[in-house]
Design a protein around this ligand. Sequence first.
Ligand SMILES: [Mg+2]
Length: 230
Amino acid sequence: MTRATIVLFDIDGTLLDAKGAGRRAMEAGFAAVTGRADGLAAVRFAGMTDPQIVRDGLRAVGLPHDPTVVAQVIAAYLERLPAELRVGPPRRLPGVEAVLERLRGRDGVALGVGTGNVEAGARAKLRAAGLDAYFGFGGYGSDHESRAELLAVGARRGAASLGRTSHGCRVLVVGDTPRDIAAAHAIGAECLAVATAFHGVDELRAAGPSAVVETLATPAAQRWLDEHIA
Ligand SMILES: [Mg+2]
């Protein structure tokens, strides 16, 4: 039996650029629930899970962390997200479709997402970008607030889809932030970092991924994936 491989792609900054739709919907949802329009102004979203973003916003405005309020903010965010995605559809990042086409349907390969987005938000963004058909499973911000934990959930689901346990599988994480890299390390996964968003090649390299590429369209990205997917 060949070694099965699970590939978990981050969404924002890795597969697509949602052009601020997620931030606008989250800020509006946060303001609607808490009455504080400024709560998320200073919160950096990159690499964060949705529950972490709300937690930081509550702290920023001096409100206690209350799981009920977090759930309300996320529900208010999800109500607003589809309209924000229609304002300007997400842009697929370079090379994404070609890479997904190469991996799709390969024997022993499970293709999923590993994202801080809650599942409904992830699905809305992927659908708006025309990428939803590639992904049958994932680990999401709605599975766990911790990025490492949600990647572990995604890996278990991917393994189950192949009829394996995650211990017997190689896990590859593709992401655009040092947080993706740290979370991959925490679960013993290998990480391909892509410098397609806020973090440059040098900054990503400092976080110690298996490899860093400018975009998924580069020969280096294709080579890395081919080498790691037997
Ligand atoms: Mg990202």
